[in-house]
Every structure is written in C-alpha cells, then in structure tokens.
Design a protein around this ligand. Structure first.
Ligand SMILES: Cc1ncc(COP(=O)(O)O)c(C=O)c1O
Length: 394
C-alpha cells in the first residue's frame, strides 16, 4: 500500500497550502485562519428556532439526551454552580471502577476532544508527527497542524478498514519522528472496527516506546465479536492511551466530559496540558449515567435498529452502505457531498460534512425515528431509485 505523507490541513486550505506543508514549510497565517474557521464552524451563531426544527444527522450525537436519573443528578448539582471546591459525586472513582482500573489511570477532559488535544500537546513537540489513516477523526490531525506538527496519513483499504501492516510500516519507517499513532476504533467517519487481534498486531509490530492513542468514542455501539476495548493493554503497562466520551451513548455532548485511560506515568506526563475544567453538573450527571444501564441499553438498541433499517432501505434503492459498528453510517451517493448537504439542508435535514478523500460518500448520523423518516423522505426526493445493486464505490 502506498504511504503518503501529508499535512492534514490539505482539505481545508487547498492544494497550495498542502504543497507548502509537504515541503516542510508551515504557512503560519493560513494556519491561524484554519484554526479560527474550524472552531467557528461548530459553534456558528444561529437562530435557535431554525436549529431546533432541523433533523440533526451531522454530528453523531445521541438525539435522546440524558436519561431522567441523569437530569435529576445534574439538577441537584446546580446548587454548586457558584463554587470552586465542591463535592463532585466521586466521578473519578466511578469511572475508574466502571472500567476496572485504578484512579491513577484516569484523566478527565472537557470532552474527549480535549484529551485528544492534550495527547497532541504532550507528544508532538520538536517536530514529532502523528501517524494514522485518512479519513478518520480529523480533529487530531487539524490540532497537530495547529501546533506546527504534521500528520503522516495513510489511505484506507478497499473495504474502508484501517491497514495495520501499513500503520506498522509507516511508524517503523519514520520511527524517530513519530510522536504517537492514532487509531480511531471504530473509525469515524467510516464506522468500521479494528479487531482485537489487529490491535495486538499493531502494538507488537511497532517499536514498544511509541505511544498509541486509541479513540473509543463509539465503543458502546459495537456488535462485532472480533472487536474489544484496548483498556487491558493499558493495564499491561503498554504506552496506550484509550479515550472515551460521555457525548455519544450517554447523550451529554454539550455538557463536555470525556476521559483518558492510560498508565499513571502517561497520565502524569499529560496532566500539565489539561485544563481540568469540568463543570459540576456533568460530573454528577456522569456518575448517574454510568449507573443507568437500562437507559444505555435502550439508546443502543433503538439506535442500532434504526441504523439497520435505514441502511436496508437505502440498499434496496440501489445505494451502497459501508457496514458500520456505530451510531452513524457512510454511503456512496455518487455526488459531491457539499452539494448533497445543501440539498438536504433545503429539506430541513442536516447531514455529515465532506471527509476527503471520500468526497462522494455521505455520513449520516442516526437520529430519532422521526428524524430518520425525514431523512428517507428527503433522500427519495433528492436521489432516484436505481435498478442496479448498491455499490459503495462509483
Ligand atoms: C472519534 C471521535 N473522537 C472524539 C470525539 C470528540 O467528542 P467529545 O469531545 O464530545 O468527547 C468525537 C466527536 O464526534 C469523535 O467522533
């Protein structure tokens, strides 16, 4: 497999900036622009009525939000909103116990996004690079370019899975320059998993001191029996950082809580880069959310059912859907995703953005039953039914 070295800002700034990056020249003003543009895009000022009315299938959120016991716990915690030092419900020990690790192995972040940035700040000093596939959760590569680091990105395989031999080769080849390896499992935006055996193969195949960041944001939705969490590798003492979030299954994206599980040495190395600024409400909410296994199971079941139903309907119309293990899926539409996004938006449905180089694929998050119905109505209006069987390629 061809290994391409690129700065991940390519999609954002276009070919010219990418060429400069390729030559090792960092276009600083453009980088700042990129950073502002990106942060702004997620938090655009917008009319709340318009926002509320849209079917929101663009950010892989949980459309049901926190369960009743979680809302109660957060409401109770309002009484601490004017405090700094307040009881936090034992959130750190609750997370540690839930995952079978000591507390020293856990670090909280304002969303797992903060942890991903902290890993970058910790391990990408002095021109170090992150190795990973593209497309993947691009924030990791964007953050790297924002701090003058680069990404060595590898293409996905034909079945949209991540090639472990290619990741091993690239890491070995650039060993001295590699700050860490990024493995999103399951991968966003494709929804495909890396098996437990492949994770083992990766860890055994790269030099043992190279840290591996394993992003398990969508862990809870996986059904594939070959997949397993990588937390046991942390307990073996490997330089593995597993990240998780309360934004997906637990429905608290706007409350901002995620965490890392890593060895105490790695946690201590990363700690100076973390803000440690977690709000009181989400700390109490998270403890209640971990206990509410009934709500977790309900969200998981409905989400997976709706994903399978929607995918089957699209396939029956002749459109190829990439098999997913998450609360979203990717399909081949044969049209540039930017135009497709606009067509959906005009029909009150927000769908996923472009994920270069998969520009003719569309990522669709699983919303409520009503949102998925609205998606299908809009889809049938925009795309004709085909007579040929669906392919995930053009
Ligand atoms: C793979 C992956 N990792 C991390 C995140 C960040 O999530 P959060 O910062 O809300 O925990 C996301 C968000 O969509 C994601 O898809």
């Amino acid at each position: 497999m061809a290994t391409k070295q690129s700065v991940s800002r390519r999609g954002f700034l276009g070919g010219a900036a990418a060429s400069l990056g390729y030559l090792g020249i960092n276009p600083t003003p453009l980088r700042a622009e990129r950073s502002r543009a990106w942060r702004g895009s997620a938090f655009l000022e917008q009319e709340s009525d318009e926002y509320d009315a849209m079917a929101k299938l663009n950010f892989n959120e949980n459309p049901y939000g926190p369960s009743e016991p979680v809302l109660e716990a957060m409401t109770m915690a309002f009484k601490y909103s004017m405090r700094y030092g307040y009881p936090d419900g034992g959130v750190l020990s609750a997370i540690a116990e839930h995952h079978g690790v000591p507390q020293e192995n856990v670090m909280l972040g304002a969303g797992s996004g903060e942890i991903l940035e902290v890993v970058g700040l910790t391990y990408l000093e002095h021109g170090k690079k992150v190795v990973g596939v593209e497309p993947s959760y691009g924030a990791v590569y964007r953050h790297a370019s924002g701090i003058d680091a680069e990404a060595i990105t590898l293409p996905l395989m034909d079945d949209y899975r991540q090639s472990i031999p290619a990741l091993i080769d690239a890491t070995k080849k650039h060993y001295r320059d590699v700050g860490f390896v990024y493995l999103c499992n399951p991968n966003n935006p494709t929804g495909r998993t890396v098996s437990a055996a492949e994770v083992q193969q990766l860890l055994d195949g790269i030099p043992e001191d190279v840290p591996v960041l394993i992003d398990e944001a969508y862990h809870h939705f996986v059904e594939d029996p070959e997949y397993a969490t990588s937390i046991p590798h942390v307990l073996e003492g490997r330089p593995v950082i597993v990240t998780r979030t309360f934004s997906k299954l637990f429905g608290m994206a706007a409350m901002r809580l995620g965490f890392a599980i890593a060895t105490p040495e790695i946690i201590e190395k990363m700690r100076p880069y973390s803000t440690g600024s977690i709000n009181a409400l989400v700390k109490w909410g998270a403890v209640a959310a971990l206990q509410d296994t009934e709500a977790q199971e309900r969200v998981r079941r409905v989400t997976l059912e709706l994903r399978k139903q929607t995918a089957a309907e699209l396939e029956s119309m002749g459109y190829g859907v990439i098999p997913s293990e998450t609360n979203f899926f990717m399909m081949h539409t044969g049209r540039h995703v930017r135009e497709v996004q606009q067509d959906f938006r005009a029909r009150g449905v927000r769908v996923g953005r472009a994920f270069p180089p998969m520009l003719n694929h569309l990522r669709v998050s699983i919303g409520t039953e009503d949102e998925m119905r609205r998606f299908m109505v809009a889809f049938k209006d925009i795309f004709p039914a085909r007579t040929t069987a669906g392919s995930t390629r053009g």
